[in-house]
Design a protein around this ligand. Structure first.
Ligand code: MG
Length: 245
């Protein structure tokens, strides 16, 4: 009986040792730092608590016109709309690696076709365009359609809503890196989610957006303003926020 008890006790000790050894092994791969900052996520309309709001529907204070003056784009009902002929607008603040949320709407009254229908654009660093275009039943060259990286990458699908409806872009952008002698060491990369659908999956940019000719890189600052294009169409934007990465 005494032997039995001794055996049971040693088995218990043995099991405890195994558990402790496993726990120690488990702990070896636990990483405790850095502890992610606690933020409050957005709820579909409100941005995340750590976002910089670039347009809240009431003011263009964060923006400047291509002319260097205050933007003349119109604000109505929580949205800003291109005022054709007044030029594009850019953020006063420069940005590098970012997560950008922007909502856009092509005019409900359809005018023109191809590239002439609801054309605008989101220019990351003012140089790399994610195309904005009414591509609902509107044929154009696919590397110039909505959510294309203009003249570089065709979107994986056409996720356009009908003109007059609000659409979302969630863009994750990694700025290019340059060596001291001005060569690109890490090309820019972009992910685009259009209306909740992944359409650009971390694609590598070939250089700046060019209307004519091939894209190339030219060394630039780490942070540059984001621009919205005046392409002559009454495209509207709202709920624009950004998180620096
Ligand atoms: Mg455009």
């Amino acid at each position: 009986m005494k032997k039995m008890k001794l055996f049971a006790a040693s088995m218990l000790l043995f099991s405890a040792c195994i558990v402790m050894a496993q726990r120690a092994e488990h702990d070896v791969t636990n990483v405790w730092e850095p502890v992610p900052e606690v933020i409050t996520p957005g709820d579909g309309t409100a941005p995340p608590s750590d976002a910089i709001v670039l347009f809240d529907g009431t003011s263009l204070d964060s923006w400047i016109s291509d002319s260097g003056k205050a933007p003349e784009w119109t604000i109505d009902n929580g949205a800003m709309t291109v005022k054709p002929g007044t030029g594009g607008i850019s953020t006063k603040q420069g940005f590098g690696d970012v997560q950008l949320h922007i909502e856009w709407r092509a005019p409900e009254v359809v005018k023109g076709d191809g590239q002439g229908r609801g054309n605008s654009g989101v220019f990351l660093m003012g140089l790399y365009e994610v195309q904005v275009l009414d591509c609902y039943e509107n044929e154009t060259y696919p590397n110039g359609q909505a959510a294309s990286i203009y003249k570089q990458h065709i979107p994986l699908v056409n996720a356009c809503r009908e003109p007059g409806q609000w659409q979302t872009y969630d863009i994750i952008f990694t700025a290019p890196r340059f060596s001291e002698n001005g060569r690109v060491t890490h090309p820019a990369r972009v992910t685009v989610i259009h209306n909740g659908v992944l359409v650009q999956n971390n694609v590598e940019l070939w250089g700046t957006t060019e209307f004519i000719g091939l894209p190339t890189y030219k060394a630039h600052d780490d942070k540059l303003p984001i621009s919205l294009q005046d392409h002559g169409d009454l495209v509207s934007f709202r709920n624009i926020w950004i998180r620096e990465l």
